[in-house]
Write a protein that binds this ligand. Structure first.
Ligand code: IMP
Length: 179
């Protein structure tokens, strides 16, 4: 599997540092609240685990599954909810935990939906931000690392469901998806 990676963009050590700093920042910013960390499955899983280890305040963890890719390397821009929340978010502070912001379509749609359902505040914590990929206006509140417009895999990010288990984030060799 490691042979399919052209280069490493965010190393394991760098991910650790990002999670430590972001966890500290969130613990401080939300010290007077009991926020909901809302992970977007499946890509959020390693980041949610690594980040929340460093969160020192009371918090809840919830998940939704959304998709805009349907396999392949290009977003369809059409956001579908595959697994929804089973509890109310009315009056709650929400931090959406995401692996990457690319076109911005997923987070713009989900943020608006949560406000529509009565959330008090909705912020976004993302491991990666690919601003050059934006198709809709969207700014994340907590960003681990800004990356160039390349298709990346690892630490939750997949290509056709593979590579999520890589402990780092890397660029896939074009030969892999040109097959
Ligand atoms: P957006 O709606 O285009 O911002 O896309 C967000 C979702 O697209 C992420 O949660 C990922 O699942 C997926 N995605 C965006 N860029 C990449 C990438 O470079 N590699 C793998 N998945 C990606």
């Amino acid at each position: 599997m490691h042979n399919d990676i052209e280069k490493i963009l965010v190393s394991e050590a760098e991910i650790d540092t990002i999670c430590k700093e972001m966890g500290k920042q969130l613990s401080n910013d939300y010290k007077d609240s009991t926020p909901i960390f809302l992970g977007l499955l499946k890509g959020c899983v390693p980041f949610m685990a690594a980040l929340t280890k460093h969160v020192t305040i009371y918090m809840e963890q919830l998940y939704m599954a959304v998709s805009s890719y349907h396999g392949g390397i290009k977003s369809s821009g059409d956001v579908k909810i595959k697994y929804d929340l089973e509890v109310s978010v009315k009056g709650r502070d929400i931090i959406i935990v995401e692996d990457i912001v690319d076109t911005g379509a997923t987070l713009k749609t989900i943020s608006a939906l949560l406000y529509h359902r009565g959330a008090k505040s909705v912020k976004v914590a993302t491991l990666l931000d690919k601003p050059a990929g934006r198709l809709v206006e969207f700014t994340a509140d907590y960003v681990g690392k800004v990356i160039p417009k390349e298709f990346v895999v690892g630490f939750g990010l997949d290509y056709n469901e593979l590579y999520r288990n890589l402990p780092y984030v890397g660029v896939l060799k074009p030969s892999v998806y040109q097959k």
